[in-house]
Design a binder for this molecule. Structure first.
Ligand code: PEP
Ligand code: MN
Length: 263
């Protein structure tokens, strides 16, 4: 709450790069970890383009139980290899309380997905049992107040390192996967001291929209971005349609740099 925290909070991703500093921190990587070659190649490419951290899902919350569910523990091992190869901290999603010790041991930033934003038991335990930063995505149909209250659940337990993530909300519109609520960035910056990042990939669901919406997010005052990047989007096991290539990511980073926004 701004009443008690007049100054913005900046959170270290694990490598000294701050989310909530003066510049935009960009987290990038594939929706899912698929193989050693894939994750290491994408990690090297995004690192070369200036990314601050690597994202990659090992445990995937898929709508259908018959879709690829992620490489799970093996995926975490591959993320560790990618971190070793590049020095990039790793950001990955936790699906339940039983994984907290494992994530505490090997992940740099723990992502709480949109579908778990109101899993209050998970939020409470992340507050009490880890000191790692938590990237808290806004729920599919949650208000700004509900989202900030979920952040409070984590902070009330003692972990104040919460990064908010606007990833689009459900509206009547179907052309885009979700509707990117960029005004939420301004709202949470006014109401809260926490940093906020924008996920244009899950918001739009379309790779061709990612660059412009990223630039718009920077203009709106976001502290960072989390962007899906895949070396071969047509063959991605998850979310290929919204994934940009490493080359497109390089162009995006150049344009953010030209805006003066990017780390
Ligand atoms: C993701 O980041 O891969 C993801 C599943 O996102 P969300 O929880 O926003 O749907
Ligand atoms: Mn995804």
């Amino acid at each position: 709450n701004r009443k008690y925290h007049p100054d913005d909070t900046a959170i270290d991703l694990g490598n000294g790069i701050l989310v909530g500093g003066q510049r935009l921190a960009v987290i990038a990587g594939p929706c899912s970890v698929e193989s050693e070659a894939q994750i290491v190649a994408v990690a090297q490419a995004v690192k070369g383009a200036g990314a601050a951290a690597l994202r990659g899902g090992a445990f995937k919350p898929r709508t259908s139980p018959y879709s690829f569910q992620g490489l799970e523990c093996q995926g975490l091992e591959l993320l560790k290899e990618a971190r070793e190869a590049t020095g990039l901290p790793i950001v990955t999603e936790i699906m339940g309380t039983e994984y907290i010790d494992l994530f505490e041991a090997c992940v740099d930033v723990i992502q709480v997905g949109a579908r778990n934003m109101q899993n209050f038991d998970l939020l409470k335990k992340l507050g009490r049992h880890t000191t790692k930063p938590i990237l808290l995505k806004r729920g599919l149909s949650n208000t700004i107040e509900e989202w900030l209250m979920s952040a409070e659940y984590i902070m009330a337990g003692g972990n104040e390192k919460v990064i908010l993530c606007e990833r689009g909300i459900r509206t009547f519109e179907t052309y885009t996967r979700n509707t990117l609520d960029l005004s939420a960035v301004l709202a949470v910056k006014r109401l809260s001291h926490l940093p906020v990042v924008v996920d244009p990939s899950h918001a739009c669901g379309k790779a061709w929209m990612v660059e412009r919406m990223s630039l718009a997010a920077a203009a709106a005052g976001a502290d960072g971005l989390i962007v899906e990047v895949h070396n071969d989007p047509p063959h991605a096991l998850c979310d290929g349609a919204q994934s940009i290539t490493p080359e497109q990511f390089g162009t995006l980073m150049d344009k953010l740099g030209a805006l003066g926004a990017c780390i």
